[in-house]
Design a protein around this ligand. Structure first.
Ligand SMILES: [Zn+2]
Length: 111
């Protein structure tokens, strides 16, 4: 399982596993879709957001869960320039998954 899928699951979403034979080709979107054996939902192959490529999604998900401030303060306070520089890099520059990894580690520690 990759970092995106691990974080998605840690955020409380189903990590979907297909029912064998449930796949259908969606002509309109050019994608394969499946029915999940766990939650019964129909989903497409690319259901998992790319938190690595777009770290802003990590912050948005943390906000939805009411955890944004606590998570951000676990990385560092924005009252000094070093921390602000680190934070802006994690959110707006890095595309290697550093923020997604921090979120995953933090969520697992909070459980
Ligand atoms: Zn599911």
């Amino acid at each position: 399982m990759n970092l995106n899928q691990e974080l998605h699951e840690a955020l409380g979403y189903c990590k979907h596993e297909p029912i064998l034979g449930s796949q259908i080709w969606l002509i309109t979107s050019n994608r394969m879709s499946f029915i999940c054996s766990k939650c019964g939902e129909r989903y497409t192959e690319d259901f998992c957001p790319d938190y690595v490529a777009d770290p802003r999604l990590v912050i948005r998900e943390m906000e939805k869960k009411g955890l944004r401030k606590r998570f951000l303060s676990s990385i560092g306070t924005t009252t000094n320039l070093d921390a602000l520089g680190k934070m802006s890099s994690l959110i707006a520059i890095d595309t290697t998954g550093q923020l997604a990894q921090l979120a995953l580690d933090w969520l697992r520690k909070e459980e």
